[in-house]
Every structure is written in structure tokens, then in C-alpha cells.
Design a binder for this molecule. Structure first.
Ligand code: SAM
Length: 292
């Protein structure tokens, strides 16, 4: 079994199996041992941990995880990679399970129940960038028992998760991430650390799950429906973007009244509201006694 995390052994594995990168799966494999060790440190993986890795590729980061964790479950969509992982690069480890599944379709809660008795897991991954947001939102919204998520993402997306109102990067992803977790950019990673090189800069971000969300709302789904509707038409006023969204069915008069109660101007845009203000707005709009 080759020790991965450098260009030579990566190229050897790719040649041995005549493997062609699939652009549609966002395949950019890590080839830098130093960065891999730093990701392990950032994730704080120990022998007490059960780790879920999304997209093991040829198993580079998986080898590092197997060394540090008690158990690793690696979920890979590309069928061609499965024999490479199970019969070659991970064959010497007895603490790893490779699942040939789409992370957006597999029941991660069931995996955590079966493999870790429903106790919180750590997610560690060099994510396929084309589905970063649905993966993160899926993990949070399905309430998978999580301690933390440490992931390589496009640098711009890492920035978006950390910012507050008043910046162009602020959006639904920032609010969702900050509702569920504390985001922390751990390092930036140059394109030369991957094969093939991506066209964008990358960063590792750690999302540490809050024990309790920083705001309480009567209806979490309603708050995120409001948030999504506000940012779908971010240049419009909140009254117009919410009032025009089919499915929300909130009357403009009701939104105007809520804004007044929150001391916000009638022309305010969604992008100006903090998480606390979205929570207050949800509370007001969800209250039937308050209807206009
Ligand atoms: N972890 C490896 C590394 O760091 O070298 C590979 C990372 S590569 C950026 C992303 C991996 O995710 C690829 O192996 C790709 O096939 C896999 N992948 C893409 N879409 C997926 C999905 N929907 N579910 C599971 N794995 C997926």
C-alpha cells in the first residue's frame, strides 16, 4: 500500500488503475503531506473519534484519518474509485468503511446511528466544490449529530460563511452556518497542493456546532424560508422580496407592521438584517394573534 499525500505516489496510483479525473465530480486530489497533517490538527481528530469523510478520492486524506481516528466512514460517489480504495490504498486499515453512495442521497443519520450509536461524529473532507452548499445545509438541516465539520472549500465560500450584514458576501449560507455553528477559517491552501490544480483558491474552514443556537425561533423552517426568500432577490426591499414569494403567503401589510415593531425602515433590504433580526421577524410573522 502506497503512502499517499505526494505527487509521486498519487501519479503511480492513477497510472496503475488508468484513472481519469471526472470533472463532473469535482475531483482535485490533495498531494501535500504538510497540508494534510495541518487539516488533521485543525479537525482535532483523536482515537476517540468516529469520522465521516465525504469524497475520499483515491484515499489520500482517508489514510491520515485512519491513523488518527477510531473509525472512519468514507462516502464516495465514483464507482471507479471503490476498488482502488478497498483493495489497495486503504486495504491495510481495519478501521475504515467505504460506502459507494452519493452524500446528498444517503441517510447520514442512519450511518451515525449504526456506526456511532447516534453519538456526535466529526466530518472532515476536501469537498467537491460544485455541491459545497447543499452538503453543508443537508448535514445541518437533517440534524445529524455533529461535533464539528472541518472542510476544504473554495476560499470565497469560506469567507461567505464568516461574514455579517453590510458585506457583499453576506447571504443565506452565512446565516445558516452561523445559526448552527461557530465558523473559523483555519488556513488558506494554494492551488499547487492539488492534482489537478483547481482554478480557484481554497481554504480550510472549521464549523464547530453550537450546543444551543444563538437565537430561538418558534419555527426554524419558516426562518430559513424567510432568509432564502430575502436573498433570492437581494436588491429588492424585504417587503417586496417576501411579499412576492409564492409559498410564503405573508401579506405586505403584515411585513410592514413587523418592520415597524422591530424599528426597521420600510425600505430595508434583507441583506441588512442580522440573524437576531431574522429571528425576531420570524417570531412576529409566525404569531397568529399578530395578523393584520
Ligand atoms: N479526499 C480526496 C483528496 O483530498 O485527495 C478527494 C477530494 S475531491 C476534491 C472530491 C471527491 O468527492 C472526489 O473523490 C469525488 O469523486 C467525490 N464526490 C463528488 N461528488 C460526490 C457526492 N455527491 N457524494 C460523494 N462523493 C462525491
Amino acid at each position: 500500500m502506497a503512502a499517499l499525500g505526494n505527487p509521486t505516489s498519487t501519479i503511480a496510483v492513477l497510472k496503475k488503475y488508468d484513472f481519469n479525473f471526472q470533472k463532473k465530480y469535482g475531483q482535485n486530489f490533495l498531494i501535500d503531506a504538510n497540508i494534510l497533517e495541518k487539516i488533521m490538527d485543525a479537525a482535532g481528530v483523536t482515537k476517540a473519534d468516529c469520522v465521516i469523510e465525504i469524497g475520499p478520492g483515491i484515499g489520500t486524506m482517508t489514510q491520515y484519518l485512519c491513523e488518527r481516528a477510531r473509525e472512519v466512514i468514507a462516502v464516495e460517489i465514483d464507482q471507479k474509485l471503490i476498488p482502488i480504495l478497498t483493495q489497495d490504498t486503504l486495504a491495510d486499515y481495519d478501521n475504515v468503511t467505504v460506502l459507494n453512495e452519493d452524500i446528498l442521497k444517503v441517510d447520514v443519520n442512519a450511518i451515525v446511528r449504526e456506526r456511532n450509536s447516534g453519538n456526535p461524529v466529526k466530518v472532515v473532507a476536501n469537498l467537491p466544490y460544485y455541491i459545497t452548499t447543499p452538503i453543508i445545509m443537508g448535514l445541518f438541516e437533517s440534524h445529524v449529530p455533529l461535533e464539528s465539520i472541518t472542510i476544504m472549500v473554495q476560499k470565497e465560500v469560506a469567507d461567505r460563511m464568516q461574514v455579517g450584514p453590510g458585506t457583499k458576501d453576506y447571504g443565506a449560507l452565512s446565516l445558516a452556518v452561523q445559526y448552527y455553528a461557530k465558523p473559523q477559517v483555519m488556513m488558506t491552501v494554494p492551488a499547487g497542493c492539488f492534482m489537478p490544480r483547481p482554478n480557484v483558491d481554497s481554504a480550510v474552514i472549521k464549523l464547530t456546532r453550537h450546543a444551543q443556537p444563538p437565537v430561538t425561533v418558534p419555527n426554524e423552517k419558516m426562518m430559513f424560508d424567510l432568509i432564502r426568500a430575502s436573498f433570492n432577490q437581494r436588491r429588492k426591499t424585504l417587503v417586496n422580496s417576501l411579499g412576492n414569494t409564492a409559498g410564503l403567503s405573508v401579506k405586505k401589510e403584515r411585513i410592514l407592521l413587523a418592520l415597524e415593531q422591530l424599528n426597521l425602515p420600510p425600505t430595508v433590504r434583507g441583506e441588512a438584517l442580522t440573524l437576531h433580526q431574522f429571528a425576531d421577524l420570524t417570531r412576529l410573522l409566525a404569531d397568529p394573534s399578530d395578523s393584520v
